[in-house]
Design a protein around this ligand. Structure first.
Ligand code: FAD
Ligand code: UDP
Length: 370
């Protein structure tokens, strides 16, 4: 029997792989999607527990400013009106995030934007930070010493396992600083959680496409590669090249999930623990993403850890050493003619979902000549 040959072998069924496969199929191409996990969807996968969609790989809130990407995901699921407004718990004191007039009031009792700005200016006077060289300097420049000490330094150091002075400034610029009483964690125009969970989007993207689960590319690299004209690779780029220049570092996570026999545990989907203790960074109460009214609740504590070989790599660590190393791998990738690299692991980028979708759309359209 002749072996079926596909146009594309897509390694990884996360958002990058699924969007690529969907668009390629629409253009009449044949795709085989493989994933080493037991399910499709990568890190956006949800598992239903007690009627609640549990974000199995960490809380996922969709947000974008790009109407095209918003319309794109809305083809597959309707979105609810969830707005992320995390609470920070520092030694039992509660503060609103992101940093805004509510946070400033709770800390300093400042009531107007001018008072808050003045307070921050007082706190950074004398530090002489013009061009912030690292996360600590960037954070101090944005919000001053008190917020840095209570809400940023320890959370960041436990999340990344290194000093805030050794981390790039851009990480903290993900969070807005606002002089309005607005607790919305994102500035984007569009935000929400897909009604019915993220699996609905993945199922829609992969409809009619062959997917092989529990299939690790590296265990049958030659046989799998022979099945298609081209490979779309969304796994770890250093692994693709057999770690020949050394290993890229990833930050890992351990999720501790519990079903509680009560209706409401913490009153909010996300509560961050911003001191160095406890060892977890945040507790997620999943039902609140969808305004759930189930009699029980499910919570997850997120413990950051160093991702050892073989464990799930969650966050690329974009410090100097890794940024230099990835450049060498990306050079090799650029020279490939039959492999397309994309997504958080293959590009080694701290991408959010909308950015992965945007990147997949650009790459698949370029590939299809559209
Ligand atoms: P992934 O989802 O990682 O998919 C890659 C897939 O490839 C995986 O399924 C993996 O099993 C498979 N794979 C890897 N290697 C192999 C192999 N050798 N063989 C076969 N299969 C393989 N974004 C937001 O927009 N909002 C959020 O609130 C948000 N929260 C996040 C919270 C956490 C804790 C994390 C870790 C990420 C968060 N993100 C969030 C980012 C979001 O998860 C990613 O942008 C997106 O899911 C990445 O999609 P991807 O396809 O690049 O990668
Ligand atoms: N951060 C912080 N305190 C918080 C929340 C975030 O210092 O309470 C910092 C921390 O360095 C983190 C970064 O801001 O890594 C980005 O936060 P975000 O919530 O975007 O992280 P993610 O959801 O991707 O883990």
């Amino acid at each position: 029997m002749a072996i079926q040959k596909y146009d594309y072998l897509i390694v990884g069924s996360g958002l990058f792989g699924a969007v690529f496969a969907h668009e390629a199929k629409k253009a009449g191409k044949t795709c085989l999607v493989i994933d080493k996990r037991k399910h499709a969807g990568g890190n956006v996968y949800c598992r239903e527990v007690e009627g609640i969609n549990v974000h199995e790989y960490g809380a996922h809130i969709f947000h974008t400013n790009d109407k095209e990407i918003w319309d794109y995901v809305n083809q597959f699921a309707e979105f609810n009106r969830y707005t992320n407004s995390p609470i920070a718990n520092f030694r039992g004191e509660l503060y609103n995030l992101p940093f805004n007039m509510n946070t400033f009031y709770a800390l300093w009792k400042t009531k107007t934007p001018d008072e808050a700005k003045k307070k921050i200016e007082e706190q950074i006077a004398g530090l002489n930070i013009t061009e912030p060289k690292n996360l600590e300097e960037q954070a101090l420049k944005l919000v001053g010493k008190d917020i840095y000490e209570k809400l940023i330094k320890h959370y960041t150091e436990k999340q990344w396992g290194r000093k805030a002075t050794e981390l790039p400034a851009f990480i903290i610029k993900r969070l807005p600083v606002r002089f309005t009483y607005d607790n919305n964690y994102f500035n984007d125009k569009y935000q929400g959680i897909p009604i019915g969970g993220y699996n609905k989007i993945i199922d829609g993207l992969l409809e009619g496409i062959e997917v092989r689960l529990e299939c690790d590319f590296f265990e049958q690299r030659d046989e799998l590669s022979a099945l298609a004209d081209k490979i779309v690779f969304t796994g770890k780029i250093d692994e693709f090249y057999n770690f020949q220049f050394g290993e890229l570092e990833y930050r890992g996570l351990r999720f501790e999930t519990e079903v509680l026999d009560r209706e409401n545990y913490q009153g909010n989907a996300v509560v961050n623990y911003t001191d160095s203790e406890p060892a977890y960074t945040r507790i997620i109460e999943h039902k609140h993403f969808e305004f759930g009214t189930q009699p029980k609740t499910v919570i997850t504590r997120e413990y950051p850890l160093t991702a050892a070989k073989g464990s799930e790599p969650y966050y690329p660590v974009n410090d100097e050493k890794n940024s230099e190393l990835v450049k060498r791998y990306l050079e090799l990738a650029k020279a490939e003619t039959n492999v397309i690299f994309g997504g958080r692991l293959a590009e080694y980028k701290y991408y959010d979902m909308h950015q992965v979708i945007g990147s997949a759309l650009v790459k698949v359209r370029r590939e299809l000549g559209r």
